[in-house]
Design a protein around this ligand. Structure first.
Ligand code: AGP
Length: 607
């Protein structure tokens, strides 16, 4: 939910901290701040609003030093404001925090902080107050950190500097991600490896309970018991081009154009080029014993699960239950002991999805995660993990991760079907050939979607937009509506086309835009009937279909957007492109902040 960075270096760290915050902004952008430790004191600047506001503020009095911390915030406790921005500092200590301290209110009433003058409304400031108290009690820096975090309940990733220790940074992790990095010039800690991509070439993913002590020369890591912990450092695996916009105006535009690469690289993991089949070989799972599948996620990832349900039931004849993680974890679900619970998450840090995973682990149910960020919490804590190969996704509105998730779910369902003998080797080979067409068809879909720029111009003043579909086009309708509303701020709703007459048809009025996703196939004519019901009431239909749909089906339709004919198996993947592109163009036309839409953040690591 927030982004934190700490750097201890042989060189001045100010610009590297700002650079890291730029890469962390996708995690939250309500306020930003920096604190630099110099020989005499800690200099700090923090402002409401985006990072650019902080950069502007620093132009007036830039301060330099070789040790510092930074923060970009998505507000939870305390509104976005200068005083609630991080770092939170006293004369002796300064810290930045990502997470939620659930017992902050009780701690603020404790004896230890009764003399502390709180300046903010945040939960995080109570950590500063406790550290300040323990320092005054004569504890060492490390003892103060250990004592303080032992009283915290909830989630935290912390970077802490003490004014009387010019070159050292302390880090602590529980429930929120924290990565340590090194590059020979200095050492660093941050919320993810993307933030460290220009100050580290090796990284290590800290574990819950870890405390790290770092300066420009060394990084020490201690576990919950205070013993030195050996954590593996791995190549950072992120290059600068992955986290820059390149020739594109927005990350979202870039990431839509990366659909072909993301899908191709994701599928490539499962193609057995010798046999020409789809095979999941990198997980040791007894597939034919799986009695039922639960697909659990949030937001766009949940919509990929709804498409996945069709895949597993159609190909593998395995019953599937889809759940929004925030509902699943509280409904005390009855889970079949031979079930496989699959958790889908781009970031691998979504709090509700992680909590649902923890629930299933406690029930001793087999868990598998489908995640885009390597070594993220959900990836690490599930029994099995399959990575989407979408590359870093920075835009808050998820695009290439969605089609990459569909690619894993399709491959998994084909593999499961083959294991259960519902799909023969010949059928698997045929499906594999279809899958190999996906990147090219996605390129063609992108090319054709440029025409939607004009369509977007015609709907920017709509009071709302309806998205309709049947079969796998229904979850696509939900995804299209989410994409549209989260970056255009215009209400949009996805609905099963067959459900309109049971109520939502009342919403249809003259010129209300209705996006109908109508691939060819057995549901085509049924959906055309639904379209005519909408037209009869004045709705303005944008029909998304393919080259071969007969013209006669498009009378009275405002616009027909045609995709290249594509195999049924990869249809949902290909039809994702126009719904993503329409949302993108609408938001651009409206002048909205496409990559950092209001009120949102990329990774929702709080409940
Ligand atoms: C998608 O465009 C949204 N930004 C949001 O719904 C997102 O999909 C959701 O928060 C889940 O995130 P995750 O995939 O990282 O778990």
């Amino acid at each position: 939910m927030c982004g934190i960075i700490g750097i201890a270096s042989k060189e001045n760290v100010s610009s590297n901290i700002i650079n890291a915050l730029r890469k962390l902004e996708y995690r939250g952008y309500d306020s930003a701040g920096i604190a630099i430790n110099t020989a005499k004191k800690i200099n700090q600047r923090k402002v409401k609003g985006k990072l650019d506001n902080l950069i502007y503020a620093l132009q007036k009095d830039q301060f330099d030093g070789n040790t510092g911390i930074g923060h970009t915030r998505w507000a939870t406790h305390g509104e976005p404001s200068d005083k609630n921005a991080h770092p939170h500092s006293s004369t002796s200590v300064s810290l930045v925090h990502n997470g939620i301290i659930e017992n902050a209110a009780e701690l603020k009433k404790s004896e230890e902080v009764k003399d502390y003058h709180f300046e903010s409304d945040t939960d995080s400031e109570v950590i500063t107050a406790l550290l300040t108290f323990y320092l005054k009690e004569g504890l060492s820096h490390l003892e103060s950190v250990q004592k303080t975090i032992s009283s915290l309940e909830g989630s935290y990733a912390l970077a802490i500097i003490f004014s009387d220790s010019e070159d050292t940074i302390y880090g602590a992790k529980n429930g929120s991600p924290l990565v340590a990095g090194t590059n020979g010039v200095g050492n660093s800690i941050g919320s993810d490896s993307i933030a460290l991509s220009s100050v580290a070439n090796k990284v290590c993913y800290l574990e819950d309970g870890d405390i790290t002590v770092l300066n420009k020369e060394s990084i020490e890591i201690y576990n919950l018991e205070g013993e030195r912990a050996n954590r593996e450092f791995v190549e950072i695996g992120i290059n600068e081009s992955e986290v820059s916009k390149g020739p594109y105006k927005h990350f979202m535009e870039k990431e839509i154009h990366e659909h072909p690469h993301a899908v191709g690289e994701t599928f490539r993991q499962f193609i057995d080029y010798d046999k020409g089949t789809i095979t999941i070989s990198n997980i040791n799972l007894n597939f034919d014993k799986i009695s039922k599948i639960y697909l659990i996620a949030c937001g766009t990832a949940y919509y990929s699960c709804l498409v996945g349900k069709y895949y597993f039931e159609q190909y593998a004849r395995t019953p599937v239950e889809c759940d929004m993680a925030s509902e699943f974890r509280y409904r005390d679900p009855v889970i079949d002991p031979n079930a496989l619970c699959i958790f889908v998450s781009q970031s691998g840090e979504t709090a509700d999805t992680k909590a649902a995973l923890d629930y299933c682990r406690k029930q001793k149910i087999q868990t598998l995660s489908i995640v885009n960020v390597k070594n993220s919490s959900i990836a690490r804590d599930s029994d099995h993990c399959i990575y989407t190969k979408a590359g870093a996704e920075i835009g808050v509105a998820s695009t290439k991760a969605f089609t990459a998730q569909l690619s894993v779910l399709l491959s998994l369902s084909i593999h499961l079907a083959s294991e259960k003998k519902f799909v023969s080797v010949e059928e698997n080979i045929k499906l594999c050939k279809e899958i190999m067409q996906a990147p090219l068809l996605l390129e063609q879909a992108i090319e054709r979607s440029y025409s939607l720029k004009d369509t977007a111009k015609a709907i920017i003043n709509a009071k709302g937009v309806m998205y309709l579909g049947r079969g796998t086009a229904f979850p696509l309708a939900l995804e299209g509506a989410l994409k549209f509303k989260e970056i255009s701020y215009i209400h949009a709703e996805g609905y099963p086309a067959g459900e309109m007459k049971h109520g939502p048809l009342a919403l249809i009025e003259k010129d209300l835009p209705v996006v109908c996703i109508v691939p060819p196939g057995p549901l085509f004519h049924k959906t055309i009937s639904n379209i005519q019901e909408v037209i009869a009431r004045g709705g303005k239909i944008l029909m998304i279909t393919d080259d071969e749909t007969l013209e006669s089906n498009s009378e009275n339709i405002w616009e027909v957007f045609r995709l290249p004919k594509c195999p049924k198996s990869i249809e949902a993947i290909v039809y994702s492109v126009p719904i993503h592109m329409l949302a993108y163009y609408t938001a651009v036309e409206l002048g909205n902040d496409v990559d950092q839409p209001r009120n949102l953040a990329k990774s929702v690591t709080v409940e």
